[in-house]
Write a protein that binds this ligand. Sequence first.
Ligand code: VGL
Ligand code: ZN
Length: 241
Amino acid sequence: MQSLDRRFFLRSGAIGLAAAAVPFAPLFAAGKIKTGASSALIVVDVQNCFVPGGTLPVGKGDEVVPIVNRLAQSFENVVVTQDWHTPGHASFASAHAGKKPFEMTKLAYGQQVLWPDHCVQGTDDAALHKDLKLPHAQLILRKGYHKNMDSYSAFEEADHKSSTGLAGYLKQRGIKTVFVTGLATDFCVAWTAMDARKLGFDTYVIEDATRAIDLNGSLAAAWKQMSAKGVKRIQSADILG
Ligand code: VGL
Ligand code: ZN
């Protein structure tokens, strides 16, 4: 009896304290941008290959992990992507005699940046970052698995014809708005966001939940192209408050 009373007292005390604290607690203020059943968080390529220590490291790429983890708690729909290349993939400089990483070449579908070998299927390098905490993620989508074609975008491969199926998946699940995060801002995040727009989704990039490669001004160019296509640039605080 005594312990029940005591519990009741503690509980009502806690409620009273929370209520009293509300007007002085901006930490609990609601974010400005709402997420709901028709929104999805897309977490692009947060893999070992793209963080320091990986084969194609994006500067400070690992810093997105805690931000993505926090954001994910505001989403009921979460989709994760993995860059997932064959050994000897056409986007690797090593597959082209005389070419070095970060040079350009022409492939069947157009110009291609040549990269160091990265994110090879089944390797530890291609695994998702170990500190990502996305237990409720519903789909892990792999891309870039055709040996002769790259796929920065999670929606469409580099020929702009071959679909990954992601738009169909999202539309069949009633998703209308996507929030794109991850690596790298100026390649896979930007291409994913621009294709999302093109395919009819209301599209946001959460800037502080991305990091860039920034190759010859590619980051500024990517933001310019994204904004011209109607992709909205926001910060995690716009959602988290
Ligand atoms: C990416 C270059 C090559 C990316 C993937 O995830 O942004 N960049 N492959
Ligand atoms: Zn790649």
